[in-house]
Design a protein around this ligand. Structure first.
Ligand SMILES: [Zn+2]
Length: 168
């Protein structure tokens, strides 16, 4: 996907996720959208820095890079939500375009993608991006309500019970 597609995806995701995290539909919702907006757009733009440094769709399009962005809010208390921007970039590249990404780089250069994508120059690229974003929002809403509170990182009751029941 090209930069326009990634920015469109991040903006729509920030708006939708704002309503998922703060469903009241009042000023708090708009504050949440504002809070998400810049981290998501920055995260969504970051992986394609590897068009200039390293190998495109490999160097900054893999799970270790995502892990680094996930670790920042946990260990340093900053860059909150940027990982969602990076993750949505991966999803859009894997699902929305013809070419995949090297998720396990540098272990393997193999690029993984789904055969459903359109070329980045296709006239359907924007519609496809919007459809993928809606799918992502459904998944994020399910995570928010059933798995973990994305605001606090606290697991939901059923997940907490499951973790407590693990034989470790
Ligand atoms: Zn990319």
């Amino acid at each position: 996907m090209n930069k326009k597609g990634h920015v469109l995806n991040a903006i729509l995701l920030a708006i939708g996720l704002g309503y998922v995290l703060q469903p009241t539909g009042d000023v708090e919702t708009f504050v949440t959208i504002a809070e998400l907006f810049v981290p998501l757009v920055l995260g969504a733009l970051f992986p394609d820095v590897d068009t200039a440094f390293g190998k495109h769709r490999k160097t900054l399009h893999n799970l270790p890079v995502l892990a680094v962005f996930l670790a920042y809010p946990i260990y340093f208390g900053n860059l909150r939500f940027v990982w969602i921007g990076v993750l949505t970039h991966y999803v859009l590249d894997v699902v929305g375009s013809k070419r995949g990404i090297a998720l396990f780089y540098p272990l393997t250069k193999t690029e993984y993608g789904l055969p459903v994508g359109v070329t980045t120059s296709s006239k359907y690229a924007d519609a496809f991006t919007v459809a993928i974003t809606l799918g992502e929002l459904a998944v994020l809403a399910a995570v928010q309500f059933f798995v973990v509170d994305l605001n606090t990182g606290a697991p939901r009751e059923a997940v907490a019970a499951l973790i407590a029941g693990l034989p470790i």
